[in-house]
Design a protein around this ligand. Structure first.
Ligand SMILES: Nc1ncnc2c1ncn2[C@@H]1O[C@H](COP(=O)(O)OP(=O)(O)OP(=O)(O)O)[C@@H](O)[C@H]1O
Ligand SMILES: [Mg+2]
Length: 343
């Protein structure tokens, strides 16, 4: 059973001796907001790890950055006063839901926070990106929703940091929507399981990665969460579907989960050289002025490649522009909780 029980100082120090990455990922609720930041992992790097000559698709946005803030190993992020549960949803496919969920989750974990990613998509992309086992038959989200299994018994650890855990999804989840239809409490099953996990663990952030639909899997995630994160791809038709998503959210709010708020919009696959990309970003910012994160996630070959190495871009190419952008996004999210508390 893998839980985020806080370790005693001695245990943690011992652990840090054998696994140096553990030392930088320990959590301090006492970290002052003003000193917060992110600890980047010392993950594997290619020798020439920025633009390669044999990589014609390499984007200028992939230039390495000298962002000192992103590399400062002394900094950690502030913990929220209570666990924050995000549903990452947009019924439009391929907009960057999974990429955003896993990379922001990893950035928060490398900042020292305890993070859980729930893969609620039968495609299992979040499980792939986080390098956890998810062959058919591997217990995960299906067993939690259909068989009442406990999340804490089924989570697996992202191999690159001790404080990021994943509830995997397998192809078995594909039939869950149909099987749930006649089950009692079909919309609230994930909520019950997450409430149990939060009580039994020391988790700070939970991200539920949804499939590109508004069916029972997404509904379970919407009911279980307090914050909605919507990734929007900076391309034509970007806002298509967002009004449908907002109607669904309002229905969920009125019926099953009053606490759900759209708190975070993430602009993904942004290409600063492209007028359309800039126009879409500006339109989204007009539409969601307070919710849209300051940083745009650049279109980046490194981000797209990382899952094929069963990694987030934070370990695959920690200094790439994509990794730095996700770190900044995570930092703004973590800081928002502190500002909110101080209001
Ligand atoms: N910033 C980026 N730069 C380049 N490629 C990206 C970026 N973000 C995501 N991608 C790629 O775009 C594709 C879709 O991304 P992703 O799987 O995260 O979207 P999704 O919304 O979760 O998709 P689905 O709706 O199928 O679940 C993937 O191949 C991913 O690697
Ligand atoms: Mg996805």
């Amino acid at each position: 059973m893998a839980l985020f029980f806080r370790k005693s100082r001695d245990e943690a120090d011992e652990r840090a001796e054998v696994d140096p990455s553990f030392a930088v990922s320990r959590v301090s609720r006492e970290t002052p907001a003003a000193h917060s930041g992110i600890v980047l992992p010392h993950g594997p790097r290619r020798a020439a790890y920025d633009r390669r000559e044999d990589d014609p698709g390499a984007n200028v946005n992939d230039e390495a950055t000298d962002d000192a803030e992103a590399r400062d190993p002394r900094l950690t992020l502030p913990r929220p006063s209570s666990p924050r549960v995000f549903v990452v949803a947009n019924q439009k496919g391929g907009v960057g839901k999974t990429t955003t969920a896993v990379n922001i989750a990893a950035a928060l974990a490398f900042g020292g926070l305890n993070v859980l990613v729930v893969d609620a998509d039968p495609q299992g992309n979040a499980s792939t990106a986080l390098g956890v086992e998810h062959d058919a038959g591997t217990p995960g989200t299906y067993q939690v929703l259909l068989e009442g299994a406990r999340i804490a018994d089924l989570v697996q650890r992202y191999p690159h940091t001790p404080n990021l855990h994943v509830l995997p999804a397998t192809i078995d989840l594909a039939t869950a929507e149909l099987e749930l239809v006649n089950e009692p409490g079909r919309e609230t099953r994930m909520k019950r399981a997450l409430t149990d996990y939060i009580t039994a663990s020391d988790v700070d952030y939970i991200f539920v990665d949804c499939p590109p639909s508004l069916g029972l899997l997404t509904l379970n995630a919407l009911v279980a969460s307090t914050e909605l994160m919507v990734p929007i791809q900076c391309e034509y038709y970007a806002l298509e579907g967002v009004s449908q998503l907002m109607r669904t959210i309002n229905k969920v709010k009125g019926n099953l989960n009053d606490s759900l708020e759209l708190s975070t919009v993430v602009l993904t696959m942004f290409d600063a050289r492209n007028n359309l990309s800039r126009e879409v970003a500006s339109e989204v910012r007009n539409y969601f002025p307070s919710q849209t994160l300051d940083v745009e996630i650049p279109r980046s070959v490194r981000i797209a490649e990382a899952p094929s190495y069963a990694q987030t871009v934070l370990t695959y190419q920690p200094r790439s522009a994509g990794a730095v952008a996700y770190v900044k996004a995570a930092e703004q999210i973590a800081q928002a909780a502190v500002v909110e508390k101080e209001k």
